[in-house]
Design a binder for this molecule. Sequence first.
Ligand code: SF4
Length: 287
Amino acid sequence: MDKHVEIDADSGFCFGVVTAIRKAEEELTQTGSLYCLGDIVHNSDEVQRLSDKGLKIITHEDLSRLHNVKVLLRAHGEPPSTYKTAESNGIEIIDATCPVVLRLQQRIKASFDVDPSERPQIVIYGKKGHAEVNGLVGQTHGEAIVIENTDELDKVDFNRPIALYSQTTKSLTGFKEVIEEISRRMAPGVRFESYDTICRRVSNRVENLQKFATSHDLVLFVAGKKSSNGKVLYAHCKEVNPNTRLIANAEEIEKDWIDKAASIGICGATSTPRWLMEDVRWKILSL
Ligand code: SF4
């Protein structure tokens, strides 16, 4: 049976990730070696491609032991403590923090850097321990309250002012639920401000992605296992087309899925490289 296989034109790296990879490749072309704090992108195949060119992924612990080297900070951003460590160790930073994340860090810092008597509780709707969230919490000397859903709102004092922000890759629907729940529980007359800081590169994609997912019998969603953005977008595809499979690369395709589908859509997260989706297409056509 002839198969119709289509790659979603809008899937793939967002400009934040494209810029980080470009900066890494520029440095690698010149010197053949560069450290990167954490995975440059949540996609192990792309990390491997760059590692082959000389990129070395390091942890925060490694950073504190290194001296006089160049280190790339990825699109997720870092807390101020990372910059301090780099400075005291003579480390040159190549800063690839995405401008959208940088703006969010600055806004949170501005909310926090007021007289303590005026300071609201800073609440971040996001994933605890996620690199971007750590960078955001760092703007408040660790005081921001991170909540992953409305069940965690008990940590918040509704008798005191609240400024709510969101990690850039969270879902708009979830954020709206949090706003509604806080509004419902706020003590009368107490200030509550919410800032929708969700990246439109992620949230605007949902509608188009769902349209794409419904137009195929089988959808292969290609994303690294560590990508939060990937999990969110995959869930949206699965919601409209239950025959959606999450795969990390072409190796994970099962022939049985392909045999049963006449039309197959390939899409991915903002951390999915285009070449990986092309690989998936070649694999399908070869089965
Ligand atoms: S998803 Fe948005 S905020 Fe995150 S790196 Fe990409 S462009 Fe920047």
